[in-house]
Design a protein around this ligand. Structure first.
Ligand SMILES: Nc1ncnc2c1ncn2[C@@H]1O[C@H](COP(=O)(O)OP(=O)(O)O)[C@@H](O)[C@H]1O
Ligand SMILES: [Mg+2]
Length: 324
């Protein structure tokens, strides 16, 4: 699976001295080494800290006037409220000093999962999603996410491309633009539900921990919603990792999280793919190199999947994107 490049992230030495001192005090040992993992698009500090006694912890930190601090604090509340056995690391603490906030999370040891057909990681991820969505979210989790509007529910894009379709719009999208906009328009109504939704499931938001297996990280977009959201989000990622759209369309048809809600799943996929097609064309935001290129590739994969679900006859007109 191609993992997007590391962005211009803040480093441990960018963190104000009082907060670094507060963290070392709380952790009970000085920090001797830091590693910034590859992957993700955020610009906040997101680093593994090695302590003098050999332990490792994972820390995310940003200034309080940076919107990523609110996202990090939301993630901390979610990690604290997820039910036992959820595929997530434990929250270890939140620390504030010098108008910065740091969230300390248990360190996971391993690479991003390999979502290609050659690995069993994809299968493991589907199984985790089945387990995660098979029953309603527990009350503490629902309370933790209730203060944040669902970003998944707000996804759209075709509506903005419809009035003046860009010249480089894929022929399949152009041919079905009105239908795509209609499918997407059906998304907000079923977007709310009672299941745990990670909300940003990609290989770079998972770690294949040597002991725990595949574990989801970066719960900053977590919410509640219908069971299909994470499985349908994962589907285009698997196509980008080398699975065929036909195989993934079959998997979605049969997976417990999506099988019983085909229309909701299609509406969500249309909204997500529209979001990618629209946003890929916007100027790159500062501090997130690689984001637009990723969205271009994801847009093609999402459209290929929708074409299979909807049995569009011209479904193979666009070649799938090669890994960068
Ligand atoms: N608990 C953890 N242990 C080890 N590595 C992690 C942990 N959480 C995240 N990572 C790694 O750090 C990267 C960035 O963290 P993430 O939470 O995804 O931040 P961002 O919001 O900036 O994408 C991830 O892509 C993953 O490689
Ligand atoms: Mg991330």
């Amino acid at each position: 699976m191609p993992v997007p490049p590391t962005s211009g992230r803040l480093q441990w030495t960018d963190v104000p001295t009082p907060l670094r001192a507060r963290l070392e005090d709380a952790l009970g040992a000085p920090v001797t080494d830091t590693v910034t993992p590859k992957g993700g698009f955020g610009h906040q500090l997101a680093a593994a800290l090695r302590l003098a006694d050999g332990r490792r912890v994972f820390v995310k930190a940003a200034p309080d006037d940076d919107p990523l601090t609110a996202a990090n604090v939301h993630e901390a509340a979610v990690l604290d409220a997820l039910p036992p056995g959820a595929p997530a690391p434990d929250l270890l603490g939140i620390h504030r000093a010098a108008d910065w906030t740091a969230v300390v999370i248990a360190h996971l040891d391993g690479p991003h999962p390999d979502l290609s057909p050659a690995s069993s990681d994809a299968e493991q991820t589907w199984a985790l999603l089945d387990k995660l969505t098979s029953s309603p979210a527990p009350a503490p989790y629902a309370a933790a996410v209730s203060t944040m509007p669902s970003t998944a529910a707000a996804l759209h894009g075709w509506d903005e491309l419809l009035p003046d379709p860009p010249a480089d719009l894929a022929p399949t999208a152009r041919a079905h633009l009105l239908e795509l906009a209609e499918l997407e328009a059906a998304w907000p109504a079923p977007a709310h539900g009672d299941r745990i939704v990670h909300g940003d499931l990609r290989a770079d938001n998972m770690v294949h921990d040597h002991d725990r297996g595949v574990t989801f990280v970066d719960w900053a977009h977590a919410t509640t919603g219908p069971a299909c959201i994470d499985a349908a989000s994962l589907a285009p990622q698997l196509i980008l990792a080398g699975h065929t759209p036909a195989d993934i369309a079959r998997l979605l048809r049969d997976h417990p999280a999506t099988a019983s809600s085909p229309d909701t799943t299609t509406a969500f996929l249309a909204a997500l793919t529209g979001h990618w097609h629209r946003n890929a064309r916007k100027p790159a935001p500062p501090g997130a190199p690689g984001l637009r290129a990723y969205q271009h590739r994801a847009a093609v994969a999402g459209l290929a999947l929708l074409s299979h679900r909807l049995s569009w006859l011209d479904r193979l007109t666009e070649p799938l994107p090669a890994a960068p």
